[in-house]
Design a protein around this ligand. Structure first.
Ligand SMILES: *Cc1c(COP(=O)(O)O)cnc(C)c1O
Length: 419
């Protein structure tokens, strides 16, 4: 995490001590580095130089408008999975012609909104969805641009709940029936076939599963072409992993060169949907130590962030590095569990982690929290969600205010008989 580094024992985000943000905005707070986001995007895009491509940031990883704008201004598009994301993508200035709409359960209303907006492509996941999109498009006198998500049956060798390309998963259509379904779709009145799509999972740390998926997609494309159906776009999804601990994922260049080799000679536009890779290591969650507690041989550090703010450890047993905002050279190192205030045993950020002794009021940064952090947060325990701050150089900007309890109860009503 190049833009989160120590200078004289103080953790900086770019040119700003992170502690200044904690002081000004309070904790817990998400901090994103603009330069990290921008440079990762530019480097990823440059790696695909010479190939007609579009990078559609998978906004479920981080849906903050300032983050979206960073990618949009850099020339990116956006991968959305709901009507809400579509609205936020357009509010962030994204050209609908650069928006792809993924997801197994698009409602008729969402489909209609996307058709009216004029998006680049629907990534369709079932025959029933195809028929529904065709019907809605015909009613509007339109043709819906469609790619079908084909499940390549590739094992991405990642966490089970983020593997999406196996035969047994709910995503996509089966590889074996794909040609037949394409043939049927091509005859539907409201459908214009524009491409093929696959996405095999997340936090993938080797190139082989991607290579295998692209290879299978290419074989299918040839078969579909033989049926007289032209495909303009090849969407290979997202899923490229990042370093949380000691993983050795492919670099942008390694990933791109492996993909480019597989698609050499194919006359189509490559669409990519990275989420985690672009945002994950561009953000941290800053939290303050409330208490230390010792039970039997176990030591706990209780902090003011909780699993509702960053769910990945509770949800996937995910590892996040945890760093003090100030390294105190003389302090003893202890093995601790870092836990939040929520009434759940799953409310933890680290277990048996070596950490310098922390005093109440001092702050920690939970690293690698830029993707699937705030976007997965909730109000469990009536906790207002954290503020989000973007740093650019020495300047910091609140890009989402901290919620208040008023926000949490917004929309609640008391029925008359309880008044
Ligand atoms: C989640 C998702 C992505 C992004 O995955 P990352 O692992 O964050 O890159 C891309 N495409 C689809 C269809 C997804 O569901």
């Amino acid at each position: 995490m190049k833009y989160f580094a120590y200078k004289d024992n103080a953790l900086f985000c770019e040119d700003l001590p992170v502690s200044e943000i904690a002081k000004k905005v309070g904790t817990p707070v998400y901090v994103y580095s603009y330069r990290a986001l921008k440079e990762t995007f530019d480097r990823f895009s440059a790696a695909f130089g010479g190939t007609d491509h579009l990078i559609c940031f998978s906004m479920k990883a981080n849906s903050n408008g300032a983050v979206l704008r960073t990618f949009v201004k850099a020339g990116g598009g956006i991968d959305v999975v709901t009507g809400g994301e579509l609205e936020r993508a357009m509010a962030a200035g994204c050209d609908p012609k650069k928006i792809v709409f993924s997801g197994v359960g698009k409602s008729s209303e969402e489909i209609k909104t996307a058709l009216v907006a004029g998006i680049l492509q629907f990534n369709v996941e079932s025959e029933e969805e195809l028929e529904n999109i065709s019907r809605i498009a015909s009613d509007l006198g339109k043709k819906a641009p469609v790619a079908i998500r084909v499940n390549p049956d590739v094992d991405p060798k990642t966490h089970a709940s983020i593997s999406t390309g196996l035969k047994s998963s709910k995503f996509g259509i089966c590889h074996d029936n794909a040609v037949e379904i394409y043939a049927r779709a091509a005859k539907m009145r409201g459908i214009e076939i524009v491409g093929i799509d696959c996405h095999i999972g997340s936090q993938i740390t080797r190139v082989e599963p991607f290579v295998e998926a692209v290879r299978k997609a290419r074989v299918l494309m040839e078969k579909i072409k033989k049926r007289g159906i032209a495909l303009k776009n090849l969407d290979i999804g997202g899923g490229l992993g990042i370093v949380y601990k000691d993983e050795t994922p492919p670099t942008a260049e390694e990933y791109a060169s492996a993909v480019k080799k597989e698609i050499a000679g194919l006359d189509c536009k490559l669409i990519l949907e990275p989420g985690r890779f672009l945002a994950g290591n561009a953000g941290v969650l800053v939290t303050q130590v409330l208490y230390n507690k010792e039970r039997e041989a176990k030591k706990f550090v209780i902090v003011d962030a909780a699993s509702n703010d960053l769910m990945r450890p509770a949800l996937y047993d995910a590892f996040h590095k945890i760093e003090p905002l100030h390294v105190e050279a003389g302090r003893e190192k202890v093995h601790v569990d870092v836990v939040g205030p929520i009434c759940e045993t799953g409310d933890f950020f680290a277990k048996e982690r070596p950490l310098q002794t922390m005093l109440p009021g001092e702050c920690l940064a939970i690293m690698g929290a830029g993707a699937y952090g705030f976007s997965m947060s909730s109000n469990y325990n009536s906790r207002p969600r954290p503020a989000e701050v973007m740093v650019n150089g020495r300047d910091s900007f609140v890009v989402r205010e901290r919620e208040t309890v008023k926000d949490v109860v917004k929309g609640e009503k008391v029925p008359g008989f309880l008044k």
